[in-house]
Design a protein around this ligand. Structure first.
Ligand SMILES: C=C(O[C@H]1C=CC=C(C(=O)O)[C@@H]1O)C(=O)O
Length: 410
């Protein structure tokens, strides 16, 4: 359904030779060239990716997490794990939109009317070879060695034993060189093909940097038919070749770890005094070459007196105990004191709000992601700890999780 205040620009005949990926790339090039923030993403099981360009960086700064109601502004949320001057919370207004499923038009919001002449000229301009992605001003984060990470895990287990926390998720960053001729757009296209069930994204913001990922974890979703969804995702094991997910056997450690996340979600519903939710699972879910335990939660918004449930739940859920821990504040304090690096946008959340249509929002936890730097990538992964965590196994688990996105660096 076209949104009335959107102006539709048609691609000129000169662009006839560009396929949809070529058009997405060309629009991304235009945004980068003019110093504008942009997001490219493909929702799980959607056939085609979408692109959104914000008219300016200034228009993209925000305070609170976005409202998810149909009348709220349309845009793309890009939130850090923890707000700071270095890692601002962003909501890129949907000023320019391109949906590869409707390849012949580019939609421009009324707020961005002034950029129409430049954009129209750009649609007719020849495609460029190399794109200069926006860069972060921050130095690369500290990357933990195996010994350092194992020490962090032991400290986390000790904090659980002394009841400082019930669960905590520790994480680390890893640096990898970019292969010769690395192209972030081509890497995005590779992730699209490799992970059809993931939310695949490439976000580039002036001064903030460029992030690429393929995450399996829904944070908050509101659908056109009025359904709210979230999930408790935790517990990890490799998907062995030829193995069916239903054959997976889970240890008590993973079962408990995931149950805590599910319990946290239920406590958020309780806080809002909502009882009419449906809970399915836990079931084994595939995420790339990994398996997780997943419980799905669903609320029919047409049957409950909670018109703002999506917005309220989003504000309660972030950061979930799948990336922070429980109790939330104690786990956040532990991470701040012990982790020794800045997670930036890793384990924050991202996704479109009211872009596909008013009242449709799909926000994901930013996992299995990397930050692009001029000649290297910084990759991120974490592991949920319980009292039974073994430091060596947790290190191995981070190695496995890093492989999801490092597939594009080979
Ligand atoms: C923190 C991450 O994953 C979370 C989601 C699924 C399974 C997890 C785990 O088994 O620890 C984590 O809670 C990550 O991928 O960096």
């Amino acid at each position: 359904m076209p949104t009335p205040e959107l102006r539709q620009l048609r691609w000129p005949a000169t662009a006839a030779g560009l396929d949809t990926l070529g058009r997405l790339r060309h629009l991304a090039a235009g945004a980068l060239r003019t110093g504008r923030p942009l997001a490219l993403w493909r929702e799980p099981d959607a056939a085609q990716p979408r692109l959104l360009v914000a008219r300016s960086l200034e228009a993209s700064f925000t305070g609170l997490p976005p409202a998810l109601e149909a009348q709220a502004p349309a845009g793309f949320a890009f939130f850090p794990f923890r707000d700071s001057d270095h890692n601002p919370a962003l909501f890129l207004p949907a000023d320019v939109r391109y949906d590869a499923a409707e390849p012949d038009v580019v939609a421009v919001s009324a707020a961005a009317n002034d950029i129409v002449p430049g954009l129209a000229a750009w649609l007719a301009a020849p495609a460029v070879e190399t794109l200069s992605w926006h860069r972060s001003q921050q130095p690369a984060p500290h990357t933990a060695t195996e010994a350092e990470y194992m020490r962090l895990v032991s400290e986390g287990v000790a904090a659980i034993e002394t009841r400082e926390v019930v669960k905590v998720v520790t994480s680390r960053a890893a640096r990898r060189p970019l292969p010769a001729g690395f192209d972030a757009f081509a890497a995005f296209a590779k992730l699209l093909a490799k992970y059809p069930r993931a939310f695949v994204s490439l976000v580039s913001v002036p001064g903030v940097g460029t992030w690429l990922g393929a995450t399996p974890e829904v944070l908050a979703e509101v659908t056109a038919d009025g359904t709210f969804r979230t999930m408790a995702l935790a517990g990890t094991q490799p998907l062995a070749p030829g193995m069916l997910p239903q054959q997976a056997i889970w240890r008590q450690k993973e079962i408990e770890e995931q149950a805590l996340v599910a319990r946290y979600i239920v406590s958020c519903f309780k806080q809002l005094r909502l009882r009419e939710y449906h809970e399915t699972g836990p079931r084994t879910a595939i995420a790339g070459q990994l398996l997780h335990l997943r419980t799905d939660f669903e609320v029919n918004l047409n049957n409950v007196p909670f018109p703002n449930l999506g917005t309220d739940m989003l504000r309660l859920l972030h950061p979930t105990s799948a990336v922070g821990g429980m109790p939330r504040q104690a786990a956040m304090n532990f991470i701040q004191e012990h982790e020794g690096y800045d997670r930036a946008y890793y384990s924050g959340f991202l996704g479109p709000v009211n872009v596909a249509a008013p009242g449709v929002a799909r926000l994901y936890v930013n996992l299995r992601c990397l930050q692009l730097r001029p000649d290297e990538a910084v990759l991120y992964a974490g592991t949920g700890l319980t009292v039974d965590s073994d430091p060596e196994r947790e290190w191995q688990e981070t190695q496995m999780k890093l492989q999801t996105v490092s597939a594009v660096l080979q």
